[in-house]
Design a protein around this ligand. Structure first.
Ligand SMILES: Cc1ncc(COP(=O)(O)O)c(C=O)c1O
Length: 369
């Protein structure tokens, strides 16, 4: 089966390396190797003895143990992958067949829809509605799930809107999947980036047919380390290894060592970045309030992205292209998420860059007519 182009990646790969003010990203300010190791109480010298031998198909034991401890599961239920992108790819190929029906939110991060579509699954979209950053129509989602649903795929906190669900809503989704024996794939990439609330529990200890995806690319500020994971029952992970034997085989021991330090010292890495994102969210809230006549969005409850509609712009993709080429400000046009009147803004980076980017964006917005 053909696979659809990843429009988000097409957009970013052409602009990411040359732009001046990047306010597009779904991640926080990145860390250097020295910074990560210092926060973990060690230094680069501790990596010198690592042997470049092959690693385990499911990931090195210390990394799996650290991930299991942090997420309240056992190491046998963890596979460490090349970013969570690989985890999504492997799990969908392990669990889905042509003709399966999957329910997935719209808009969604491309891999969560297109990998299943490329397998030949029938996609049923749940068009999310939210208020104050929290989903208001979970009943519509529950109504879409039935005995014919092979998998429900959700991502909360959500890229690109920053919306999330309450723990009670999460429980209702799990219960409905359990009633029908449906797989539940929960993309937890932004789990640790929440405001005024606790992170949602991982669904895998609560439901045997749940799989969750996580990553060091977002809240941990380590996108270039390329480490993610899936938490799932061991037989699901065995199905993942089948496919992995034809793709990445395993992670590098060097990468695994750095990742293990990061996960063992997660709180030290996460705390400063969450504080920065919280302060930036206030800047964003202020900006949204000042430009309400041209920019319509809820303040996100989680993640570091927001997905406003630009109500006075005719062609948002053309606008976003001009914003980058002529003003050096990178945003993501909503067309990359199937919502062409919107843009995705990222507010997890350096505050000065965010303010400069938002100012330039506002200056270019046509006034309301
Ligand atoms: C919701 C979601 N899932 C998965 C990914 C994949 O990230 P990575 O492969 O870097 O872990 C992204 C990246 O933007 C994302 O937003």
């Amino acid at each position: 089966m053909p696979i659809a182009p990843a429009l988000l990646e097409d957009w970013l790969r052409e602009r990411y390396f040359t732009t001046t003010y990047d306010i597009s990203s779904s991640g926080v300010e990145n860390y250097t190797v020295d910074q990560v190791l210092a926060l973990a109480g060690t230094s680069a010298a501790s990596l010198g003895g690592i042997m470049f031998r092959d690693s385990h198909s499911l990931g090195a034991e210390p990394l799996r143990a650290a991930l299991a401890e942090r997420h309240g599961t056992d190491p046998g239920s963890v596979i460490a992958t090349q970013g969570s992108s690989e985890a999504i790819y492997l799990v969908m190929h392990a669990l889905l067949e042509p003709g399966d029906e999957i329910v997935v939110q719209a808009p969604a991060y491309h891999a969560l829809v297109e990998v299943a579509a490329s397998i030949g699954c029938r996609i049923v979209e749940w068009a999310m509605r939210t208020e104050h950053g929290v989903v208001t129509n979970e009943d519509e989602l529950l109504a879409l799930i039935g005995p014919g649903t092979a998998m429900v795929v959700v991502n909360f906190p959500h890229n690109p809107t920053g919306a999330t669900v309450t723990e009670a809503q999460q429980g209702a989704i799990i219960n409905t999947c359990a009633r029908h024996g449906t797989w539940l794939a929960w993309d937890n990439a932004f789990r640790d980036l929440v405001y005024d609330r606790a992170p949602l529990p991982d669904p895998t200890p609560l439901y045997a047919r749940a799989v969750s995806f996580g990553t060091l690319s977002k809240a941990y500020g380590l996108p270039g380390l390329r480490v993610g994971w899936a938490l799932a029952a061991p037989d699901v992970l065995a199905g993942c290894v089948r496919r992995r034997d034809y793709t990445s085989l395993a992670l590098s021991p060097l990468v695994e060592a750095v990742a293990t330090h990061a996960v063992r010292h997660a709180d030290e890495l996460l705390r400063p970045r969450l504080a920065q994102a919280t302060a930036n969210r206030a800047v964003l809230g202020d900006w949204l309030a000042r430009h309400r006549d041209r920019v319509a969005a809820d303040l996100p409850a989680g993640g570091v992205t927001v997905f406003p509609e630009l109500t006075t712009v005719d062609d948002v993709t053309v606008f976003a292209d001009r914003l980058d080429r002529e003003h050096g400000v990178l945003v993501v046009p909503g067309a990359c998420f199937g919502a062409p009147r919107h843009i995705r803004l990222g507010f997890g980076g350096a505050r000065d860059e965010l303010v400069a980017g938002l100012d330039r964006l506002a200056a270019l917005l046509p006034v309301a007519g």
